[in-house]
Design a binder for this molecule. Sequence first.
Ligand code: GLN
Length: 312
Amino acid sequence: MVIMTTASSHSFEPVLARIAEEIERTPGRGRPADYIPALAACDPRRFGMAVAELDGTVYGVGDWREPFSTQSITKVFTLALDLAREGDALWEHVGREPSGNPFNSLVQLEYENGIPRNPFINAGALVVTDRLQTRSSDASGELLAFLRAESGNPALDFDQDVAASESAHGDRNAALAHFMASYGNIDNPVPVLLDQYFRQCSVMASCADLALAIGFLARHGIRADGDRLLSQSQAKQVNAVMLTCGTYDAAGDFAYRVGLPGKSGVGGGIIAVVPGRCTLCVWSPGLDERGNSVAGVAALDRFTTLTGLSVF
Ligand code: GLN
């Protein structure tokens, strides 16, 4: 029998260098999100990737220390923070099925009585942030403190211009929030919730920061300082929802290509988790038509193919 060795016993640097070189040679990067000027101005040729081991050792390539707009990646963290506080009661207010619809879609909400399909489409994330707001009275502040602690980077912050721009172009998110409020599925005044949500989306962080910050999902719920945030079972649940719902209506294709729980954002970042082994974050601002980074998905696809590290 041939025993296969993978990158798991080595530094990840050679595999990252190889992926960066392949990405560099690949034409076609998609288009940056253009619904707000701050994102539209990003250069689609930028590319960075980081891998963090469970002990906090982090490897990277390209623009891996460059802060970018985290956007929907933050939905994983607010979900974890709210689950840690309220447990299963959350699932009475948001489902955990793939939506098969774009991340900002309104159509399913009416058929399903104001209960969003999952926490990673905008409607579901608004419900989660609303519930975290009720419990913490500063949902985005709690998120930022958590990201700073887990990444070890106290300089992480909101981008006030992005938050203001989100707000100025926020009609669809406002519509989602008001619609759910009409079903009694939002506790806080909608303007308060939207302010929290737009601040949440505006957090700037690098691939290194995010690969470290998501480490608790690879450590089965344990934070960087050894404290437990989630039970082992809850960490499994969050990973499962990421796998099935983390890349919007492309989650099936992402699972097929990458084989890892992952969450994307329209800033061009994607985080991914190899439970028990390591975490990844990749950033490249050019998106496909479903809102996922073209080079980001390609890089993760190559990573799991080259290393054999996937959940399957
Ligand atoms: N701020 C964006 C929005 O709410 C986040 C969407 C995303 O990253 N998919 O529309």
